[in-house]
Design a protein around this ligand. Structure first.
Ligand code: TXA
Ligand code: MG
Length: 343
């Protein structure tokens, strides 16, 4: 199959809507990362997502809603009662935006979307192209990140092509993603809301609406219990080159490795050294993360080393993705880098 990249505009979006409504896949921009979209209530269309990504059927998908009104989602069978009150408050506060809510699943949602769970993850994205397309197709779009399973999420149209060339007919180019890391996933199934995946919307911000900051499900727990979010595998978001986290700023640069600084100590870095946050804005580190990992991955090095992420509102999301992407830790022993594999 020929994969076409087209700038998002009235014509290309009409073509995208036609493809989606006939059960085909289209990669679309969202404010977080690019999504691989199919109409979310059609089991056959949704199955194509799993085939194109090589994603196991046990990893449930997010439905992107055509309207931010949760009542509409209940009436159309996407969600089921009881929807907790706080869900309405959270949707009002953060939608459109990078917050995904896990809620009771409605009768119209096929098992393919939820991996058979009785819950479904929903969000209303902020990217104008995603919104217009959702409005045009009028049904929720199931869309995981538009990468092959376990690999780095794409934050521009070219990165989608690197991942899925030949597997999908169309990539809608809506520019570089503004957030750069995937949405915060918040489960509202229990009395105690729980963050299953940290993102740009922080526990503190959610707490400001709920009256109490939610807990974040720890990686260790996710590994042991395999629930409540079966898709949150620890090894994820990974480059092919092994990635190691250092516990201090990197000051030693033997050849054959790629180095990712947080902020660069100097202007003109060697080609194997990159800076995640060239200015003082921590959100730019999130915008740059996946692109830099892709570039470092293409460098042909034996390993990629990455410096610690300093505290900021977006730091939990960055540390979560880097931890999942990592093979272990690296430490300079005075002569060489020593690598310790992740347990
Ligand atoms: O920002 C995003 O969320 C992007 C854009 C494209 O919207 N999408 C995305 O989708 O990151 P994906 O499939 O890569 O990640 C969805 C996450 C998975 O970790 C999955 O386990 C979790 O959401 N999830 C989906 N349905 C769930 C459910 N019913 N219960 C718990 N976790 C669920
Ligand atoms: Mg993903």
């Amino acid at each position: 199959m020929q994969t076409e990249i087209r700038k998002a505009g009235p014509e290309s979006m009409e073509k995208a809507a036609g493809l989606l409504l006939s059960g085909e896949l289209v990669a679309i921009p969202t404010e977080t990362v690019y999504g691989l979209a199919a109409t979310g209530l059609d089991p056959l269309a949704v199955q194509k997502i799993f085939a194109a990504k090589g994603r196991p059927a046990t990893d449930p998908l997010i439905l992107h809603l055509p309207s931010p009104d949760l009542k509409v989602a209940v009436e159309s069978g996407v969600l089921a009662q009881p929807i907790p009150h706080c869900a309405f408050h959270l949707a009002k506060a953060f939608w459109p935006g990078p917050l995904t809510l896990v809620l009771p699943r409605g009768s119209k949602v096929p098992d393919e979307v939820t991996s058979g769970l009785s819950s479904v993850a929903v969000r209303y994205p902020a990217h104008p192209v995603a919104q217009k397309l959702l409005q045009r197709v009028g049904v929720p779009l199931a869309a995981p990140s538009a990468n092959r399973f376990g690999r780095i999420s794409p934050t521009d149209a070219e990165a989608v092509r690197e991942e899925l060339d030949g597997k999908i007919p169309l990539i809608l180019d809506g520019g570089k993603c503004e957030t750069g890391v995937e949405s915060t996933v918040l489960s509202l199934l229990d009395d105690e809301p729980l963050i299953l995946r940290p993102g740009k919307i922080t526990a503190a911000e959610i707490g400001g609406v709920l009256g109490k900051a939610p807990k974040t499900q720890s990686l260790a727990l996710q590994k042991d219990n395999a629930m409540p979010s079966p898709g949150l595998l620890e090894s994820h978001y990974a480059p092919l080159t092994p990635l190691y986290l250092t516990d201090q700023p990197i000051t030693q640069f033997p050849a054959g490795l790629e180095y990712i600084h947080y902020q660069s100590p100097q202007k003109n870095l060697e080609p194997n050294r990159r800076a995640l946050c060239p200015n003082d804005d921590p959100y730019s580190a999130a915008q740059n993360l996946y692109r830099l990992l892709r570039e470092a991955d293409a460098g042909g090095a034996k390993a990629i080393l990455i410096e610690p992420i300093p505290d900021s509102p977006i730091a939990p999301a960055l540390r979560d993705r880097l931890h999942r992407a990592s093979s272990g830790t690296a430490r300079w022993d005075g002569h060489r880098w020593q690598f310790t594999a992740k347990k």
